[in-house]
Design a binder for this molecule. Structure first.
Ligand code: GDP
Length: 726
């Protein structure tokens, strides 16, 4: 049976007009996993739907235990619609915001996103987040309102109330879509509606669904369906209007196939020359064109090793091809190509453009790589949405496991670019940085369980930032041999410019003209934007010098010194953000031997640090938006949990039968929140956090926090003399 399905998929792979690449996006618990089960069972992929999630999607043990989906996994299925067989490639997206990077990458591979919303809860913060990620990538949404059975069984709503509630959900989702697409010229109107058939309703639990076209087809109207649900005749409902048909029909009808989608999506995600042959290959989904694969996920197969999964935008992938991997020097040889059938990979002869492929042999690829048969401008970077805010140390319990642990950590960083790893081979203590407490916890468990390496992890440590608060005077940095001098000033960058860099809209990878324009649009003055020598983190380095001998050949070392200074700020060795650094003048020794790395790097580093201190550098801490849903009687306790953590409650309002408390709090104080809120509300609260950037810490808290970090890092306690403003 499986063989037959694989054969069917292989035949369909050559017909891009019959392919749909889709993702299901939902707030946690709204029913994505249950719906996926239904689709796979309905498409005949599995005999019994109970198997589905276990086998197909939640392949990692910890996901099953936690009941949340973490890694984006892929599965293909076939569906007959209007007498034509379709190939539907479904990419799973994680349901927790801590894993935001995975969601964005999954969206890159697909052209349609089925947004699932719980009828009772309505659109939630993560619904908004995933929708934004989809729209930003040019992925078209449709809506499925799930758990409609709850409106009857739990809320005992009558037909009118139900209708009102469902319309309210649609209105909310459309408001989000409208707001997010307003400034996108290439998107006309992506709002959803019942009349168009871009909205479906139903119950993933009881396996029935309904949409405008399904009502026309079955002759059952919404009222009749609700009567059957009310009468508990769910089996009958499932037989007469099965959920999988309703949803898969909607997918085939309303999501674009790759031929329709790629001409619009490629310009959104690729900044290469749009008049080149390569651009044409991608627009046409040309299977005879150059090979272009966008890697969205790296997985490990115990036998085959690393597997790169991703979307083939043009050409045909085949075994034996030698392909370029963006960001690396050499080529990698394709060892095998395959497609996903659930959690398992099936090798096939070739995978043509428009499909999702699984490839082995691409040893240099990471999640986010562009892999191609010719050298090309890579796809836009997709790791810019969130920066790590929390770090944990990891040690192997036995020194014998050290090499294996290092290898595993390197692997983890490849699979998930939102993770940062610092490896210390001497002490054996390594640091993993990620998006939140849960994110790191899951990674730690994965190392222990999957790799069988017993590890000890430290307490979670928050990642801080340092940023200048005013403009410095001109400051001098002198090399140890005193023959080289650098004159530097520092000033804070405007928020808009920092944001532009964070979003990847201005980077050193892009053509100079484009970068200049982006920076000017964000508010950088014209002259300065023309002298940008380097961007590091969210800091810009400007070379304002004129005609200094030997400076060109020394620039690489200058940049090295600059990066060192910015990676380890002067307050507490935390990364510096949002600064504009200008080199005004320099004295360099005639003889290259006297202006080597040991001279130039420390001189620049010292100059940058001194300028930062003169610019009143301060410590910034990461903060989170917090939302708590809680019954009325626990509202006080819930808001107290935010306020007690140096937090601020911004809003409290009723939604359905619950109260919603919204506010912000520092990440540092949010450690342990999960168990505290549980005991404060007798376990009745559900909550969500989302990283909301960095904020300058209050001055009276600065000295203590700086001292604490310096002690933890083994730095000397007293601050440089220049920092006397505390
Ligand atoms: P996910 O986190 O989005 O993958 O959500 P799941 O599919 O794991 O569903 C979360 C919970 O909601 C589970 O207990 C499901 O049984 C339940 N659930 C899913 N769909 C429905 C539905 O249509 N009606 C009801 N009443 N419960 C549902």
């Amino acid at each position: 049976r499986r063989k037959k399905i694989v054969q069917e998929c292989e035949t369909l792979m050559d017909k891009p007009e019959n392919i749909r690449n889709i993702a299901i996006a939902a707030h946690v618990d709204h029913g994505k996993t249950t719906l996926t089960d239904n689709l796979l069972a309905g498409a005949g992929m599995i005999a019994d739907e109970g198997e589905a999630t276990k086998l197909m999607m939640d392949t990692e043990e910890d996901e099953q235990e936690r009941g949340i989906t973490i890694d984006a996994a892929n599965v293909s299925m076939t569906h007959e619609y209007e007498d034509t067989n379709h190939l539907i490639n479904l990419i799973d997206t994680p349901g927790h915001v801590d894993f935001g990077g995975d969601v964005t990458r999954a969206m890159r591979a697909v052209d349609g996103a089925l947004v699932v919303v719980d009828a009772v809860e309505g659109a939630m913060p993560q619904t908004e987040t995933v929708l934004r990620q989809a729209l930003r990538e040019g992925v078209k949404p449709t809506l499925f309102i799930n758990k409609v059975d709850r409106l009857i069984s739990e809320l005992q709503e009558g037909p009118e109330e139900m209708q009102e509630r469902l319309l309210a959900v649609i209105r909310d989702v459309n408001e989000l879509i409208r707001g997010m697409t307003e400034e996108m010229d290439d998107i006309d109107d992506w709002t959803v509606s019942v009349e168009d058939g871009t909205v479906g309703f139903g119950s993933a639990l009881y396996k029935w669904g309904v949409s405008m076209p399904s009502m026309q087809r079955t002759g059952m109207d919404f009222g009749e369906i609700m009567e059957l649900e009310r009468a508990d005749k769910r089996q009958e409902l499932h037989e007469r209007t099965p959920l999988s048909d309703v949803v898969l029909d909607m997918v085939c009808e309303h999501f674009p196939n790759p031929i329709d989608a790629q001409p619009m999506r490629v310009p959104r995600i690729w900044r290469g020359d749009d008049e080149s042959e390569l651009a044409e290959d991608m627009r046409l989904v040309d299977e005879n064109g150059e090979v272009v694969l966008m890697v969205t996920d790296i997985g490990i197969d115990p036998h085959a090793g690393e597997i790169a999964a991703g979307r083939v935008f043009s050409g045909t992938l085949e075994k034996g091809q030698e392909l370029y991997v963006s960001g690396t020097a050499g080529k990698n040889r394709v060892q095998s190509v395959g497609i996903y059938m659930g959690g398992e990979r099936e090798e096939v002869e070739k995978v043509p453009a428009g499909n999702i492929a699984a490839v082995t042999g691409l040893k240099d690829a990471i999640a986010g790589s562009t892999v191609s048969s010719v050298e090309m401008t890579p796809f836009e970077s997709i790791e810019h949405i969130s920066e790590p805010v929390i770090t944990k140390s990891v040690e192997a319990q036995s020194m014998d496991d050290l090499p294996k642990l290092i290898q595993t950590l390197q692997q983890v960083a490849k699979e998930d670019p939102t993770i940062q790893i610092e490896i210390n081979e001497d002490t054996g203590e390594h640091l993993i940085s990620g998006q939140g407490e849960l994110h790191l916890e899951v990674i730690g468990q994965r190392i222990e369980r999957n790799q069988g390496i017993p590890i000890t992890t430290g307490e979670p440590i928050v990642v801080y930032r340092e940023a200048p608060q005013s403009s410095s005077r001109e400051v001098e940095g002198i090399s140890p041999n005193r023959h080289n001098r650098f004159y530097i000033t520092v000033e804070p960058l405007d928020e808009d410019i920092v944001e532009t860099i964070k979003l990847g809209e201005a980077s050193m990878d892009m053509p100079e003209l484009e970068r200049r324009e982006a920076l000017q649009d964000a508010g950088l003055d014209k002259d300065t934007s023309q002298e940008v020598e380097h961007i590091h983190g969210t800091n810009i380095f400007i070379d304002d010098t004129k005609g200094i001998q030997h400076l060109n050949e020394t620039m690489e070392l200058v940049i090295e010194g600059l990066e060192e200074a910015l990676d380890d700020g002067p307050l507490a060795n935390e990364p510096v953000q949002g600064s504009l650094i200008r080199l005004h003048d320099a004295r360099l020794h005639e003889d290259a031997i006297h202006r080597g790395p040991a001279q130039v790097i420390p001189a620049v580093r010292q100059a940058v640090h001194n300028a930062l201190m003169d610019a009143e550098i301060r410590l910034l801490e990461p903060i989170q938006d917090v939302r708590i849903d809680v019954p009325n009687e626990h509202m006080g306790a819930a808001s107290g949990e935010i306020q007690g953590r140096r937090g601020r409650v911004d809003d409290m309002y009723q939604e359905g039968d619950l109260m919603v408390v919204e506010g912000i709090a520092p990440v540092d104080e949010m450690i342990g929140f999960s168990s505290d809120i549980r005991s404060a509300t007798e376990g009745r609260a559900s909550w969500n956090t989302e990283n909301a950037g960095f904020r300058v810490m209050a001055d009276n808290l600065q000295p203590e926090k700086i001292a604490e970090i310096r002690e933890r890092k083994g730095m000397k306690q007293e601050l440089p003399e220049m920092i006397d403003y505390f």
